[in-house]
Design a protein around this ligand. Structure first.
Ligand code: ADP
Ligand code: MG
Length: 364
């Protein structure tokens, strides 16, 4: 096992800046995820960790060792890709054994390690089958077997379950997490799917446009997004945003827009850098809005635009006076008719405020 540190890492492909000045540390044994939309530089980062891609600038350390110039085979890393790249003519056993055969280990030792990996991954019953007919989930387990059989110091996974169909993906999410945790190996897991990162990782590095946006536990990133990008990227359905003005009246901060005027309540204490009126964005998660059929304290009037029952909850789309559609997660029994007036109450302990100019959170 090893800890990993990136210091001011940059990757350029000609003029394209894929990764810009990214720094982070991943602890020994940590399950660390890099999360961000397609093209944000996740795979480039992972490939630099693996030694498959030259680093344009910056330093990568495994423990205290600078690995920038080390070839992949001397880094003791294993990588699992989105596509399995199994050898179609070899059995499950030989696919897993392959990296050990390359190293010319004695067959008794290979056998011991392959059987350990197979037991670990629940592949014992199909060890001698060919890989062609295996299910997607089984193939992925074989490719993980091949990665872990060498007992690498670092396990790198690039969208390992993204291509699986939804129900299998949900199951593999749990399987993979348990597996990685019982292995205890330092893992960097790349995905564009926030549900995966949120469910599995100890900590997440959120990237956009080649830059690190925020690093933290799933809870920290969900509850205290540093900027508008992270706020909007994490959470399903996504956070609602409304352009407002932050004004102070009678010493109290208010959010005012064409749709509402509400006091800031408990979040006032956390407000930083508030210099009189300024343009801000209010951010409210669908699960932090209550909808009712009659007006309440500080409620915001809206009109039902659509209702989407989802089983355990119903998503209501409500149009505010200013034209913004807010999504609200309500109980499944709440089924107002389209066009009906509803009254929204924001959970003021859970609202977010972003500087419209910089997109940065204004809450400490
Ligand atoms: P992600 O894995 O987050 O989707 P990548 O790291 O693959 O992102 O890509 C980051 C950026 O670098 C993208 O703009 C992509 O088009 C570009 N890129 C990736 N690999 C290459 C390459 N070999 N040559 C040129 N540009 C590349
Ligand atoms: Mg990628």
């Amino acid at each position: 096992m090893a800890s990993i540190e990136l210091k001011n890492i940059c990757k350029k492909y000609g003029e394209v800046v894929a990764v810009e000045n990214v720094s982070w540390k991943c602890k020994n044994g940590e399950f660390f995820s890099i999360l961000g939309p397609s093209g944000c530089g996740k795979s480039s980062t992972l490939r630099m960790l693996a030694g498959l891609e030259k680093i344009t600038a910056g330093e990568i350390y495994f423990d205290d060792r600078l690995v920038n110039e080390l070839p992949p085979e001397e880094r003791n890393v294993a990588m699992v890709f989105e596509t399995w790249a199994l050898y179609p003519n070899l059995s499950v056993y030989e696919n897993i054994a392959f990296p050990l055969r390359v190293r010319k280990l004695p067959s008794s030792e290979i056998d011991k390690k392959v059987r350990w990996a197979a037991e670990f991954l629940d592949l014992e019953d199909i060890l001698h089958s060919g890989v062609r007919k295996l299910s997607g989930g089984q193939k992925q387990r074989v490719s993980i077997g091949r990665a872990i059989v060498r007992e690498p110091a670092v396990l790198l996974m690039d969208e390992p379950i993204s291509h699986l169909e939804a129900s299998l993906r949900a199951r593999m999410r749990e399987e993979l997490e348990q597996l990685v945790r019982s292995l205890g190996v330092t893992t960097v897991y790349v995905t564009h799917d926030q549900v995966e990162s949120m469910a599995m990782a100890d900590r997440i590095a959120v990237m956009d446009l080649g830059k690190l946006q925020q690093i933290g536990t799933p809870k920290e990133i969900y509850e205290r997004p540093r900027n508008e990008f992270v706020a909007g990227f994490i959470g399903e359905p996504p956070m609602n945003f409304a352009d407002c003005e932050l004004v102070r009246e009678g010493g109290q901060p208010f959010l005012a827009s064409s749709s509402f005027k509400i006091g800031l309540g408990p979040q006032s204490d956390k407000l930083v850098s508030f210099r009189g009126a300024s343009e801000v964005k209010l951010g409210v998660r669908p699960e932090s809005v209550k909808a009712g059929l009659s007006p309440g304290e500080d409620s915001v009037g809206a009109v039902v635009d659509f209702v989407e029952p989802q089983g355990e909850r119903t998503i209501v789309g409500a149009k505010l006076g200013g034209g913004e559609i807010f999504l609200i997660a309500t109980s499944p029994d709440f089924r107002p008719k389209t066009g009906r007036a509803v009254y929204l109450q924001f959970d003021l302990k859970r609202v977010h405020i972003f500087d419209s100019q910089t997109g940065m959170s204004m809450l400490e």
